[in-house]
Design a protein around this ligand. Structure first.
Ligand SMILES: NC(=O)c1ccc[n+]([C@@H]2O[C@H](COP(=O)([O-])OP(=O)(O)OC[C@H]3O[C@@H](n4cnc5c(N)ncnc54)[C@H](O)[C@@H]3O)[C@@H](O)[C@H]2O)c1
Ligand SMILES: [Zn+2]
Length: 364
């Protein structure tokens, strides 16, 4: 097996697991499953844009006595549904998949969340292995064990914490990722750069052009750094009772923007980039961060060049109202995760609505 990959160990109370990151690491899939002692019943869940590119090569590893089957769900967020989960249970039951089978999730966060939810609930839980194929899934959604589906009344409302047995983040998958999706992942990457006191932020600053060009060797080191940061936080706070909230840097603003633009014209990662600009503005006005550091973070975000959708016209009061309905509200006050420097995050109540309106206005 190749040595040119990174390993991050996620150490959790019940059972830890490894995240392996590298170019072509997915070629080691069947060998890694054997090493883990997983049995031969494999159910791979994916979606056509991904499986058309990568399924055949993976399937070739599962000859002989492996029992390998595959299911493509329709592409997109709408597949994170109760109906789709139910269809997958039926498929597994009809094929007599047993308690010790393994579900492989090959795709972005949608496939990972849905397949993970099915793995957590089918026969009260079967083995789950994540093969994330978007940058967002590699640095964020495949790590930390949150799995789930949407409800017509809101996103991600039905779910569980369910840890995979293994995550293989194959950097070569990212080469086929549409640029818009890649930018979304970069939003989360910059978030990690700001919230961690590692040297990630400075490496991003120095190499942003090569990262935009998807330089594979550099990307592997960046994904590894992000996974390590998320793993460290998740280990300390598996069920999101404390510091895991820091991962929401920029996200309260982002969720308001996503809701306002009804998700259509603004993707999550793009909203996170804009949300971090709002958070920076508020931090600056409250004197929580020095101007030089704020300008550096702002400069890195501007390098990604995300624009507000042209339509509809932004209404800052509506955005503040949406924020007030967010779940990070206690006793009617908005609590915000704000940057106080590189690697310095504060969670603070912000009562001044004018400040919030101004932060959105600054995006124009
Ligand atoms: N569980 C968590 O902790 C967590 C964290 C963040 C986000 N999420 C969830 O993740 C989802 C978003 O995930 P996403 O941004 O990966 O979106 P996605 O899964 O919809 O993938 C984006 C698009 O890229 C395509 N694609 C994926 N990999 C590709 C590749 N290698 N080459 C070409 N095309 C490819 C997909 O088919 C899709 O059209 C949301 O549902 C969100 O709620 C979960
Ligand atoms: Zn996010």
């Amino acid at each position: 097996m190749s040595q040119d990959h990174f390993e991050v160990n996620v150490r959790l109370k019940e059972r830890g697991y490894q995240v392996l990151i590298g170019e072509r690491i997915s070629e080691e899939l069947s060998g890694r499953l054997t090493e883990l002692g997983l049995n031969k019943q494999i159910a791979l869940i994916s979606t056509a844009p991904v499986s058309n590119l990568y399924l055949e090569k993976l399937r070739r590893q599962f000859g002989g006595d492996w029992n390998f089957m595959h299911y493509d769900v329709p592409d997109g967020e709408k597949s994170k549904s109760h109906e789709q989960a139910y269809a997958l249970y039926t498929w597994l039951l009809e094929n007599k998949y047993e308690r010790n089978c393994t579900i492989l999730a090959l795709g972005g966060g949608v496939v990972g969340d849905l397949a993970g939810f099915v793995a957590a609930t089918y026969l009260r839980g079967v083995n789950l292995v994540q093969l994330p194929t978007t940058l967002l899934a590699q640095v964020d959604s495949s790590i930390g064990g949150k799995v789930g589906i949407n409800h017509p009344l809101g996103k991600n409302l039905i779910g569980s914490f369910y840890q995979p047995r293994l995550v293989l983040a194959d950097i070569s998958f990212l080469q086929s990722l549409p640029d818009e999706e890649y930018v979304c992942g970069l939003g989360e990457v910059i978030k990690y750069g700001v919230l961690s006191d590692s040297d990630l932020f400075f490496r991003l600053e120095d190499n942003i052009a090569a990262i935009r060009e998807k330089d594979p060797a550099l990307l592997a080191t960046v994904v590894q750094a992000c996974v390590q940061i998320k793993a460290d936080i998740v280990e300390k706070d598996e069920r999101e009772q404390g510091i895991r909230a820091y991962l929401n840097l920029g996200h309260t603003f982002a969720h308001a923007l996503e809701t306002f633009y009804k998700y259509h014209d603004l993707k999550h990662g793009q909203a996170v980039l804009l949300g971090m600009k709002c958070a920076l503005f508020v931090s600056g006005e409250l004197g929580l961060i020095d101007r030089t550091t704020a300008a550096r973070i702002d400069g890195l975000i501007n390098g990604i060049n995300v624009q507000l959708p042209a339509e509809p016209e932004m209404d800052v009061q509506s955005l503040v109202e949406i924020m007030k309905r967010d779940k990070k509200i206690r006793d009617g006050t908005i609590y915000l995760v704000l940057p106080a420097g590189i690697g310095k995050i504060v969670l603070t109540p912000v009562a001044d609505e004018n400040l919030l309106r101004e932060s959105f206005s600054g995006l124009r």
